[in-house]
Design a protein around this ligand. Structure first.
Ligand SMILES: [Mg+2]
Length: 240
């Protein structure tokens, strides 16, 4: 019997394009005005959280505003996994979410299933995503159904979620031990856990740990060639 459902975010409950088409462009739009607030070369000022992050970029890049802009934009354009960039983006996106400019579009069947499982079926819902736990909570705090217009009021889905896992507290998503660790942390046997993701390598790792798992196919996802598990295209197909 499945008691715990563990959900991936991108490509599973949210379109993959949200990050590329909404979050990245939002960050790049905010960046010029953000950099304009300062004098260059940047000097230490611990009272300013943005400046504190900017100063973690290589020193030769913080000599002028244009050098810094070019450096940050290149990191974004080349999708470089840079921890300083991630920190800066987190701060800027938080502002966008809180102001109501950004809302995460979630598939309606995923929203509905999360409600049903957690409020009517006595099951627990968990998130396991490569985005940080902080970014996961923020995304789920400002949600709209993908069927609703962008101006629809945001819903906070965090109350439906019993716990959050990322690569820091659980480990890499394609590693079997990460799933064993999650089962242990939520005091469950792996057999009582269902993991849903668009990534076949993640699904294979969860299966190997003893969890149940399906591959979720959504519009815009990369085509799945060799599937280690059955595929579903909506959570309505699950009978739990
Ligand atoms: Mg995914």
């Amino acid at each position: 019997m499945v008691s715990n459902i563990i959900l991936d975010i991108e490509g599973t409950i949210c379109p993959i394009s949200f990050v590329k088409d909404v979050l990245f462009p939002y960050f790049l739009r905010q960046l010029p005005a953000l950099l304009d607030q300062y004098q260059y070369p940047l000097l230490e000022d611990s009272s300013d959280p943005i400046k504190t992050i900017l100063l973690k970029f290589p020193q030769d890049k913080t000599a002028t505003r244009d050098l810094l802009h070019t450096h940050i934009k290149a990191l974004v354009d080349n999708d470089v996994k840079d921890s300083v960039l991630k920190e800066l983006q987190g701060l800027i996106w938080a502002k966008g979410y809180h102001e109501g400019t950004i809302k995460a579009p979630l598939y309606q069947d995923a929203i509905q299933a999360m409600y049903t499982w957690s409020t009517h079926k006595d099951k627990k819902v968990y998130i396991y995503s490569s985005g940080s736990v902080q970014a996961q909570k923020l995304l789920l705090q400002y949600v709209r159904s993908i069927n609703e217009p962008e101006s629809a009021p945001g819903k906070d889905l965090n109350e439906l979620v019993s716990g959050y896992f990322d690569t820091n507290n659980a480990g890499p998503k394609i590693q079997t031990s990460s799933y064993s660790k999650i089962a242990e942390k939520i005091n469950s046997s792996p057999e009582e856990c269902l993991f849903l993701s668009d990534n076949p390598k993640e699904v294979a790792a969860a299966l190997e740990a003893g969890m149940q798992s399906y591959i979720v196919v959504r519009p815009g996802n990369a085509p799945v060639e060799s599937a280690p598990a059955a595929k579903i295209s909506t959570f309505d197909q699950l009978e739990l």
